[in-house]
Design a protein around this ligand. Structure first.
Ligand SMILES: O=C(O)CCC(=O)C(=O)O
Ligand SMILES: [Fe+2]
Length: 206
């Protein structure tokens, strides 16, 4: 991507290798309590490519009958999601430019052939807060478009430790992951990519 549109901030290599390792350890602790699950699309029941979990007061989930939503508990265990690790709350303070804390941290795990179609993040009430996204492990080809489906898109390669923020007029831009570059990182011993997406869900009365 040559120039970034207003509201998109890109922080390449924001987390150095030790910080990335610490984040992976923290996420491993989360998924021990809140195991990764395969989300399925509303209505069709078609499984998504990624496996997912969450931390925070709310987690993003989807299933055939009830669709996309946030809920305070894991859909399979019924347990509350574990708290958001302090390093990610710190990240939000550093880059979000929004006073209220994030309520949800979605954890996406991509295997070698996983991808995510172009979509908007719009299941939140608070669009004044940005979406803050962290990449760990193998590189991916991230694609970002406009706020209408079908418009022009740009692609960029996101690497382990990178952070990208979609806020302001770019908060509702379409985006997705076209592919993973297998074995491009040594961070995760069995390969793959982890994406962490921090979001404010409910309206923040500041
Ligand atoms: O994996 C990524 O970088 C993007 C994930 C995403 O867009 C989402 O979970 O809403
Ligand atoms: Fe998204």
């Amino acid at each position: 991507m040559s120039t970034l549109a207003e509201g998109i901030s890109y922080y390449p290599d924001h987390f150095d290798r030790p910080a990335q390792e610490a984040l992976v350890d923290a996420i491993r602790d989360v998924v021990r309590v809140a195991p990764l699950f395969v989300p399925v699309m509303p209505r069709t029941g078609k499984p998504m490519h990624v496996r997912m979990s969450n931390c925070g007061q709310l987690g993003w989930v989807t299933d055939k009958d009830n669709g996309y939503r946030y809920q305070p508990t894991h859909p399979q265990t019924g347990r509350a999601w574990p708290p958001i690790p302090p390093a990610l709350l710190q990240l939000w303070d550093d880059v979000a430019g929004f006073d209220a804390p994030p309520e949800a941290c979605l954890i996406n795990f991509y295997g070698d052939s996983a991808k995510m179609g172009l979509h908007q993040d719009r299941d939140e009430q608070e669009f004044a807060a940005p979406v803050v996204s962290v990449s760990l492990g193998d590189d991916c080809l991230f694609r970002i478009g406009g706020t209408e489906r079908g418009g022009p898109t740009q692609s960029m390669r996101l690497r382990s430790g990178d952070v990208i923020v979609l806020g302001g007029p770019s908060r509702l831009r379409y985006h997705g992951v076209d592919r993973i570059y297998p074995a491009s990182s040594t961070l995760l011993k069995d390969g793959g990519r982890i994406n962490l997406t921090l979001r404010r869900v409910s309206n923040a009365s500041i």
